[in-house]
Design a protein around this ligand. Structure first.
Ligand SMILES: *[C@@H]1O[C@H](CO)[C@@H](O)[C@H](O)[C@H]1NC(C)=O
Ligand SMILES: *[C@@H]1O[C@H](CO)[C@@H](O)[C@H](O)[C@H]1NC(C)=O
Ligand SMILES: *[C@@H]1O[C@H](CO)[C@@H](O)[C@H](O)[C@H]1NC(C)=O
Ligand SMILES: *[C@@H]1O[C@H](CO)[C@@H](O)[C@H](O)[C@H]1NC(C)=O
Ligand SMILES: *[C@@H]1O[C@H](CO)[C@@H](O)[C@H](O)[C@H]1NC(C)=O
Ligand SMILES: *[C@@H]1O[C@H](CO)[C@@H](O)[C@H](O)[C@H]1NC(C)=O
Ligand SMILES: *[C@@H]1O[C@H](CO)[C@@H](O)[C@H](O)[C@H]1NC(C)=O
Ligand SMILES: *[C@@H]1O[C@H](CO)[C@@H](O)[C@H](O)[C@H]1NC(C)=O
Ligand SMILES: *[C@@H]1O[C@H](CO)[C@@H](O)[C@H](O)[C@H]1NC(C)=O
Length: 864
């Protein structure tokens, strides 16, 4: 008896990998730590926790970037102090733009502090720090040009869920970065402009301990406050905690920062500062932090007026003991920026300043490309594995960094209007995402290795006026709608050099594979039925001999039941819970209280008897969490029965058709995430049958009524009555009896009577479509007179790019469109004609076919 996890198994990878893809859709992607932080030590080789006070864990950058290389700074610049973050960096010798993609859980339209750190440290031994630009999404942030350890910081509100930090090579050296940090601020109102973003100039803790900084965890948002003691100002401090319960204190400046301050020498003197901006246009915003930290002896409160640049901004503030007040200035500009804090006449106390932040405004003139276009072009890039240096970040914006081969309209937002991918080594079908570039005018896919048919949906691009598909390997006929556009002279189309493309009019009709259902009644299968009968007898004899010689019997592993016992546990066959081809299924209870399902073979079913035996055999050796387990077995020849684990929630079909009574825990409609989980469970069960069992087992009758759900809604595959172990080292198996259920049968099996793993994969694809649409595989018209196969109905809709229309209406739109697309794609590839499956897959199937036609290995089949 061989049953081992075969390592070099048949490439069921398609299904297994796709099942994993499903799982990853359900789970979130990169997980920032609990505080809403993403902390990346660029170029580091290991994740580590910073033990110098912050306790922040820094991740390596690989999952955030595709390009660049890890480098170490020169050992001359490595000091013992807190410089772990700066010891290594990532540099980008290739490509104009290199992107870090950050996906914070909080998503778009939230305020984020984003800080990038740069420490050149002569890592390239050129002793010449480069100069390069930094972009935030599609807009300019700053230029980095320093050989010192510096950081750049902004407060930014993204328009999209992911944030891209881009390093742009401007021709003045190789860009690099040492660290990248993102912190989500939990209050959205703060640090938010009506338009634009805030670029930090300085953040100062006035009056603090000299030469010290304060950051996380003292500052919940990990702002870094550096002590600044202005000469001539008085230093004040208190040990009392400031009142953080104050409703106005959304800024959460740390008490430790606010407890120290500077004031002027007396009430008649103001606090005054001025500085020169780098340009006259630069707009400055200053955040002033005030708290009264002195218990004033006089009855007068401290009151003062904050003003900037000749009253471009002015505000009077009255302080209460230990209550923080934050004053945010208007944007001010000028050849000199000034502020003064001056006591009012009634105050009698000098003005103070506890902390201050200076920002300039960054502008967001560039609007990103329309999101539908971005999604479509990224799908095209992924499908065809396009690797071009410029194909990173936004496709159209900034204009001078647009992807090569693309032209864009310069609207708001910009759209993709032309795509030139001639001679780009594209392989496979013409991907449907091309039809989602809805403003496209010019499409050149000439001189590639494209196969398959020309999708009709291309004709739905309203502005398309040029289409060059010449020099490919396309097949089928030219869609009528495209021909019509050419006749109408609204489209110039070139198709030369596609030898298998029918350009005649009309074309010889090509037979359709997927949609038409023919009942499987052929004389070939009749012949095999007889053959099987004979072989089964040989097998039974062989089995008996083996059992005798080895002293093992079927019952050795599972507890044998006597007929009387079976009768007792089912309460004299009292409650029928199901009825299959073999006979009835009864509910039973074992002596220990475990509920079981007892399948009893009806005596009338003669052929079924062998099937029943086969099922017992198989279930004996097959154990997997996604396969219904066999608990026991009654071998009395007159009363054969199988005792299975009881699956409390019935079968999947019942749930999809809404024939299940809702309970408190399980509402009437299966949610989308439950459906995904069921799909993954079924895929794992099937993968085990195909790849975990040796020889592999082909189920042959996979369908939604054979997928059972336990009380926790875990899905398990049932009913191996029609299963057969396929031959070792061979993927196909010629059918010996009529098996399977209409609607789930692979057209290949129907026409040739050939069974291989792919016929199960096909059935699995149909099950996925049932999960998506809620509809049965054979759909009946209202009156029940006409019927249609599910693929015939949905393929045209899917190809039109509108999957909303096929989704189960009972989901009421509650599903994730991306994962829905993913499942549709998986289901499509499972049900596609063999010729369109991936090459390695096809190769194995064709090999299997060829072998099965010559060497039908029946005898090998049952020599477990
Ligand atoms: C840069 O490009 C060169 C040549 O294409 C390649 O050999 C090298 O590995 C690339 N370096 C990085 C860091 O991508
Ligand atoms: C973004 O968030 C702000 C504040 O929470 C809210 O007022 C605004 O309506 C949001 N804008 C969008 C487009 O969701
Ligand atoms: C970078 O800074 C140095 C010194 O401040 C300056 O000489 C150089 O021109 C700058 N480079 C660029 C490209 O701005
Ligand atoms: C602070 O740093 C400056 C410059 O490094 C140094 O001159 C000064 O002595 C330091 N002050 C204290 C109190 O450490
Ligand atoms: C607080 O003030 C006292 C006296 O003014 C001074 O001795 C002490 O060093 C100050 N503490 C801090 C943290 O500045
Ligand atoms: C401020 O000036 C006024 C008049 O010039 C004077 O009366 C007052 O004593 C001064 N106050 C202080 C605290 O020096
Ligand atoms: C404050 O007092 C000064 C002189 O004492 C006077 O010139 C000024 O007008 C007063 N300001 C206000 C706002 O009352
Ligand atoms: C289509 O592409 C082929 C190959 O790139 C080229 O030779 C041909 O001129 C193009 N046709 C048109 C109409 O531009
Ligand atoms: C097709 O090509 C011809 C000749 O180059 C040109 O005159 C015509 O305008 C083109 N048609 C369209 C729809 O672009």
């Amino acid at each position: 008896m061989t049953m081992a996890r075969s390592i070099a198994a048949f490439s069921f990878a398609l299904l297994a990998a796709l099942a994993l893809a499903l799982l990853s859709v359900v789970q979130a992607q990169p997980i920032p730590d609990s505080q809403g932080f993403i902390s990346i030590d660029c170029g580091a080789s290991n994740k580590y926790t910073d033990h110098h006070g912050t306790g922040i864990t820094y991740e390596i950058d690989e999952e955030f970037i595709d390009s660049g290389q890890n480098m170490q700074i020169s050992t001359d610049y490595i000091y013992d102090e807190d410089r772990q973050l700066a010891k290594n960096l990532r540099s980008f010798p290739n490509g104009t733009r290199n992107y870090y993609r950050l996906k914070p859980d909080q998503g778009k339209n939230k305020t984020y502090l984003i800080r990038a750190r740069f420490w050149y440290g002569d890592y390239d031994e050129k002793n010449q720090a480069p100069s390069f630009d930094l972009y935030i999404d599609v807009n300019y942030w700053t230029t980095v040009n320093s050989s010192h350890d510096i950081w750049k910081e902004i407060m930014y509100v993204p328009l999209e869920d992911d944030i891209q930090v881009c390093l742009v090579n401007t021709g003045n050296g190789v860009p690099f970065i040492s660290a990248l940090e993102l912190r989500a601020l939990d209050d959205d109102g703060i640090y938010r402009l009506r338009s634009g973003f805030l670029k930090l100039d300085e953040r100062q803790d006035t009056g603090g301990t000299p030469n010290s900084t304060i950051r996380y965890p003292t500052d919940a948002y990990d702002r870094i406050w550096a002590t600044e003691n202005y000469p001539g100002w008085i230093i004040l401090n208190t040990t009392s905690a400031t009142d953080s319960s104050n409703d106005n204190d959304a800024y959460k400046a740390p008490s430790k920062v606010l407890r120290t301050a500077q004031s002027s020498i007396d009430a008649n003197t103001s606090l005054y500062l001025q500085w020169t901006p780098s340009s006259f246009e630069e707009k400055w915003i200053v955040y002033f932090y005030f708290v009264e930290i002195e218990r004033l002896t006089s009855s007068l409160q401290r009151e003062f007026t904050v003003s900037m640049n000749d009253n471009q901004f002015m505000k009077t503030v009255t302080l209460e003991y230990l209550k923080p007040v934050v004053v945010v200035s208007n944007p001010v500009s000028g050849s000199l920026i000034t502020f003064s804090i001056e006591s009012t006449n009634k105050s009698g106390n000098p003005p103070i300043l506890n902390a201050v932040e200076y920002y300039t405004i960054g502008y967001l003139p560039n609007v990103p490309t329309a999101q539908d276009d971005v999604k479509a072009i990224n799908e095209i890039k992924a499908t065809y594995h396009i690797k071009r240096e410029s194909w990173q970040g936004d496709p159209c914006v900034p204009e001078n960094y647009a992807w090569d081969g693309l032209d864009c309209s310069n609207g708001h937002p910009p759209r993709i209007i032309s795509l030139k991918l001639s001679s780009s080594n594209l392989m496979g079908d013409i991907v449907s995402s091309l039809s989602h570039l809805s403003t496209m005018e010019y499409l050149d896919l000439s001189n590639n290795q494209l196969t398959g048919a020309i999708p009709e949906t291309l004709a739905e691009l309203p502005n398309l006026r040029f289409l060059n598909l010449s020099g490919n390997n396309l097949i089928g006929s030219v869609p009528e709608a495209l021909k019509k556009r050419v006749e109408d002279k609204t489209l110039n189309m070139s198709l030369t050099g596609n030898v298998n493309l029918c350009q005649a009019d009309p074309c010889p009709r090509k037979k359709k594979h997927n949609t038409i259902l023919v009942p499987v009644v052929t004389s070939v299968s009749g012949f095999f039925l007889v053959l099987f009968g004979a072989l089964a007898i040989i097998w039974l004899i062989k089995r008996k001999q083996r059992a005798e010689s080895s002293g093992r019997t079927l019952r050795l592993k599972n507890r044998p039941f006597k007929y009387g016992e079976v009768s007792r546990i089912t309460g004299n066959f009292g409650q029928v819970i199901g009825e299959g081809g073999f006979g009835k299924v009864y509910l039973g209870t074992l002596d220990n209280g475990t509920m079981v399902a007892v399948k009893v073979l009806s005596k009338s079913s003669k052929q079924g008897y062998k099937e029943f035996q086969a099922e017992a055999q198989l279930l004996m050796i097959v154990h997997h969490k996604n396969l219904v387990s066999l608990l026991g077995y009654c071998g009395d020849p007159k009363h054969m029965a199988l005792i299975y684990e009881y699956m409390a929630n019935g079968n999947l079909r019942q749930h999809l058709s809404g024939r299940m009574h809702p309970t408190k825990d399980h509402p009437k409609v299966l949610t989308w995430s439950k459906r995904l989980q069921i799909a993954v469970d079924a895929a794992q069960g099937l993968d085990y049958l195909h790849n975990g069992c040796k020889p592999p087992i082909i189920h042959r009758d996979l369908k939604t009524t054979n997928i059972l759900l336990n009380e926790g809604f875990q899905a398990k595959i049932a009913d191996f009555g029609l299963s057969r172990a396929s031959a070792t080292g061979n993927d196909s198996y010629v059918s010996t009896s009529l098996a399977g259920t209409p609607g789930y049968l692979d057209p290949e099996f129907q026409s040739f009577g050939i069974l291989n793993r792919k016929s199960d994969v096909y059935s699995f694809g149909i099950i996925l479509f049932e999960l998506i649409t809620g509809r049965p595989p054979i759909m009946r018209s209202q009156g029940g007179s006409a019927s249609m196969h599910i693929l015939g109905w949905l393929i045209p809709i899917v190809e039109s790019g509108d999957i909303q229309r096929i989704m189960d209406p009972r989901l009421q739109g509650k599903f994730d469109i991306n994962s829905a697309w993913k499942v549709v794609e998986i289901a499509m590839s499972c049900t596609r004609a063999t010729a369109r499956l991936p090459v390695d897959y096809v190769g194995r199937i064709i090999l299997g076919w060829a072998l099965s036609l010559y060497v039908i290995p029946f005898l090998g089949l049952f020599t477990f």
